[in-house]
Design a protein around this ligand. Structure first.
Ligand code: PLP
Length: 323
C-alpha cells in the first residue's frame, strides 16, 4: 500500500538498508522501483543516516528505514535530509511497536509507516499489519487502495449513492478471525510489552555483569532510542564463531537464530545492485545472533541461556589459553 500510495513507477529509485527482510524491498520492486541499498551503522544494524544524502538522485522517490530490533534510527538526520531533498519517508516499523525516539513514537515520523502483526513480532495475529498515514494528503487514496480500488468507504459514509472502481487497489483487509485475535493482543499490549522489556533488560544486565569473563558484544542502545523488547541479539567476532555458538547452544537445547542475508547480495538482486560494498550489513548478517525472547520465556530459563553462552566463551578462552 505504501508503494502504491507514493505512486512508485518503473525507473524510480528507493533507498533502504540492505540488512532487512525481503518484504521491505518487495513492496517497491513490485511497482518497478530500483532499490538503492544503503549500509548499516557501525554501532547498530539501522541504516547509516550519514550515507543517505549521497545516494539521493533526481530519480529518488522514497527513503525507507527499518528500526531494527525496535531501536530507533537517527530520526533527526533522516527527517532533515528527506525534507531538504523533497523525498518521501517510509518507516518500516515491523519491529518497533511501542518504541520511541526521544519520547516520540516510532511510526509517527514518516509520511507512511508500516507495522507487522506477523507471528514473529511483539503483537501478533498470525499475519497482518498496520499502515500509519501521517501525511494527510494521502488519506483519501489510502481508503480507496485499501478497498480494492473502490470508493466503498465513501459509499458506507453515505457520500455517494453507489460505489465503483476508481483507482488501483487490492484486498488489504484482515479476516474477522485475525481481527478478533489481534484485538485481544492489543488489549494485552501493556502486559505483553512489560514482560518482553523485562526479559530484554534481564539479558542485558546478566551479560553486562559477566562480560569481563568473555568477549561478548552486546547491543549498543543509541541515547535517543528506547527498548521495546523485540529482539535481543549478540554480535560474534566472526561467522565461524557464530556457527560454533549456535551449535553449542543447540546442544544445550537452546534455539538461537540469525538473519538477514543482506539483500544486495541475494540471488534475486545481486545482479541489479550497483556493486557498492556494504561492509556493516555483511558483518551483521555474518555475526549477529538472536537469543530466544518470547512472552512465555521464564527468567530461570533466560538465566540458563545466558549461562550457556558464557560457558561457550569460557571454554573457548580456555582452549586458546592452552595453546
Ligand atoms: C516481519 C517484517 C516485515 C514483514 O512483515 P509482514 O507482516 O510479514 O508483511 C517487514 N519488515 C521487517 C523488517 C520485518 O521484520
Amino acid at each position: 500500500m505504501a508503494a502504491l500510495l507514493l505512486d512508485i513507477e518503473p525507473g524510480d529509485e528507493v533507498i533502504m538498508p540492505s540488512f532487512t527482510f525481503v518484504s521491505t524491498a518487495n513492496a517497491f520492486v513490485l511497482r518497478g522501483a530500483k532499490i538503492i541499498f544503503a549500509d548499516s551503522e557501525a554501532t547498530t544494524p539501522n541504516i547509516d543516516a550519514k550515507v543517505i544524502e549521497e545516494l539521493i538522485t533526481p530519480r529518488t522517490k522514497a527513503v525507507v528505514i527499518v528500526h531494527y530490533s525496535g531501536f530507533s534510527c537517527d530520526m533527526e538526520e533522516i527527517v532533515r535530509v528527506t525534507r531538504a531533498r523533497g523525498v518521501a519517508l517510509v518507516e518500516d516499523a515491523a519491529h518497533a511497536i511501542e518504541s520511541f525516539y526521544r519520547g516520540r513514537p516510532l511510526g509517527s515520523f514518516g509520511d507512511l509507516a508500516t507495522f507487522s502483526f506477523h507471528e514473529t513480532k511483539n503483537i501478533i495475529a498470525g499475519e497482518g499489519g498496520l499502515l500509519v498515514v501521517n501525511n494527510s494528503e494521502l488519506v483519501p487514496r489510502a481508503e480507496v487502495i485499501w478497498e480494492k480500488g473502490t470508493n466503498r468507504i465513501s459509499f458506507a459514509r453515505g457520500e455517494v449513492s453507489k460505489y465503483s472502481w476508481i483507482d488501483l487497489g487490492s484486498s488489504f483487509l484482515p479476516s474477522e478471525i485475525i481481527a478478533a485475535y489481534l484485538y485481544a493482543q492489543l488489549e494485552s499490549l501493556e502486559q505483553i510489552q512489560s514482560k518482553r522489556v523485562e526479559l530484554w533488560h534481564a539479558y542485558h544486565r546478566l551479560f553486562e555483569e559477566r562480560t569481563h569473563l568473555s568477549s561478548i558484544s552486546q547491543p549498543i542502545i543509541p541515547d535517543y532510542a528506547s527498548v521495546n523488547g523485540h529482539i535481543y541479539y549478540l554480535l560474534c567476532e566472526s561467522n565461524a564463531e557464530r556457527d560454533a555458538l549456535i551449535e553449542y547452544l543447540a546442544k544445550c537445547e537452546v534455539c538461537a537464530i540469525f538473519h538477514y542475508l543482506p539483500l544486495h547480495l541475494s540471488p534475486y538482486y545481486r545482479d541489479k545492485h550497483d556493486g557498492r560494498l556494504l561492509p556493516n550489513a555483511v558483518r551483521y548478517s555474518e555475526c549477529l545472533l538472536r537469543l530466544p525472547l518470547f512472552y512465555e520465556l521464564e527468567l530461570e530459563v533466560l538465566e540458563y541461556i545466558v549461562d550457556c553462552v558464557i560457558e561457550f566463551y569460557q571454554g573457548r578462552t580456555r582452549r586458546i589459553a592452552n595453546f
